[in-house]
Design a protein around this ligand. Structure first.
Ligand code: FES
Length: 157
């Protein structure tokens, strides 16, 4: 799936219908749309607004409140390197550089093939197991430069 994939509004409508066209299911609807596109395309949010009669601004507020949602195109896989103080002193900057080198993208970017996005975060709240890297929601503890290829391999299958 490429980053520039066009948005299938029938698919968006189908997701909304699957949730009974119910306004109170907005977060579940957004989760399902993000599961398909790996982010929340503007056209999809406009469709939700029109069909559920929720002001677009309210939908965007929800989408920006939750860190799990992204309004920018994201890769199929998201690697997040913790750059908080505890991880930083244990080598997180070098680990981030290694991810950049292996994925050939910079922090904040998504690969052209739409496979990977690379992000960083201030602190994941589990400093004792740092340096920590999260890939697709899986926590990788005590990470090192040497472990980066194996981590990536796991998701490249
Ligand atoms: S600094 Fe990385 S988990 Fe806290």
């Amino acid at each position: 799936m490429s980053v520039n994939q066009t948005v299938n509004l029938d698919k968006v409508q189908e997701i909304i219908e699957r949730h009974g066209g119910n306004k109170s299911k907005l977060i579940s609807i957004l989760q399902d749309i993000q599961a398909v596109y790996h982010y929340l395309p503007a056209e999809a949010l406009k469709t939700i607004s029109r069909l559920l009669k929720i002001p677009l601004i309210d939908i965007v507020s929800v989408a920006t409140f939750y860190r799990a949602f992204s309004l920018k195109p994201r890769g199929k896989h998201v690697a997040t390197v913790c750059m908080g103080t505890a991880c930083h002193v244990r080598g997180a900057p070098k680990i981030l550089e290694e991810f950049e080198r292996q994925l050939q993208i910079k922090k904040g970017e998504t690969s052209k093939d739409g496979e990977w996005s690379l992000e960083s975060v201030a602190c994941l709240g589990c400093c004792a197991i740092g340096p920590v890297v999260v890939v697709d929601g899986d926590y990788h503890a005590h990470t090192s430069i040497r472990k980066v290829p194996n981590i990536l391999k796991k998701y490249r299958k």
